[in-house]
Design a protein around this ligand. Sequence first.
Ligand SMILES: Cc1cc2nc3c(=O)[nH]c(=O)nc-3n(C[C@H](O)[C@H](O)[C@H](O)COP(=O)(O)O)c2cc1C
Length: 123
Amino acid sequence: MPGNQKWNENVPVLVAIAAATVTPKGESAKTAAYDTGAAAMALVLQVHALGLATPQMGGFDRDVFRAAFSIHDDIQLIAMLAIGYFDDASQLDEALHEREAAPRARKPLGETSFEGAWNKAFE
Ligand SMILES: Cc1cc2nc3c(=O)[nH]c(=O)nc-3n(C[C@H](O)[C@H](O)[C@H](O)COP(=O)(O)O)c2cc1C
């Protein structure tokens, strides 16, 4: 997507994270999202352990990517990972630099973990 292109133009490696939604027996792979997310997280942790950076992106053109790499319909294209080297953030344009330099905030646990019913915050 255009917003992602400007910070990806010098990235040496782009990895597509894709889930096989059908098992070899032709059944629905019910844990596909979990399996693929876990594998992606392991990759992200290893990349960081090696001292490299790996921002993740949901914003890419899945139809173009699917056609370019002949990817079957039962493969769900989930995200892209850019893998590259940390560098001086001041080289970024103003908006990207501001975002990169901003303090990181995390949602409170109760916004993502529920108890008893969906949206009932876990405390
Ligand atoms: C699944 C996923 C998809 C994302 N998609 C985008 C994206 O398309 N464009 C973008 O600029 N940031 C996206 N982000 C956010 C960045 O990858 C990054 O996590 C965020 O800028 C926070 O940076 P930090 O990891 O340095 O704290 C996404 C994050 C995740 C986990």
